[in-house]
Design a protein around this ligand. Structure first.
Ligand code: CMP
Length: 137
């Protein structure tokens, strides 16, 4: 059993739909605990820094526009195999391909506005959690 931490972002589309609580409830009922969390309005430079691995990709500017279009709820989740568990709960990046019952299948419609982000590896979890801790208010 490996207790891990991962970073999760509830994106502006899900915040606007008023489903923060429903999404958090899925984490909690699957054994993931919120150990830090904050509602934040990201600046463009914060969004660019957070997503810097995607600089140069065709969707990058659209991603920045979207992630700064409203508040996001950022949280650190802790629990057994938290990184993989969170990814399984989220479902595929493209909600059209996400399995039934996953967060993206239930709360999102498009690959750009896909409700949640989650760290994809132990390395990105470390980097993203550090990023959050130094960017939260
Ligand atoms: P996220 O997990 O937040 O990481 C980067 C985001 O870019 C991704 O979710 C999607 O919302 C968005 N995105 C848009 N187009 C693509 C694409 N073709 N491949 C991956 N991510 C994309």
């Amino acid at each position: 059993m490996t207790i891990q931490r991962t970073l999760s972002i509830i994106k502006p589309d899900a915040v606007a739909k008023n489903v923060i609580g429903q999404i958090i409830s899925r984490f909690e009922s699957n054994g993931l605990k919120i150990i830090e969390g904050q509602l934040l309005q990201l600046s463009r430079s914060q969004a660019e820094d957070f997503y810097k691995e995607h600089i140069g990709k065709p969707f990058f500017e659209k991603l920045l526009d979207f992630m700064t279009s409203g508040k996001v709820f950022i949280q650190v989740l802790e629990g057994e195999d938290a990184i993989e568990k969170n990814r399984a709960l989220m479902g595929a990046t493209n909600p059209q391909l996400a399995e039934k019952g996953t967060i993206r299948a239930d709360f999102a419609e498009t690959i750009d506005a896909n409700a949640v982000h989650g760290s994809d590896s132990p390395e990105s979890a470390l980097r993203e959690i550090e990023w959050f801790l130094s960017n939260k208010g």
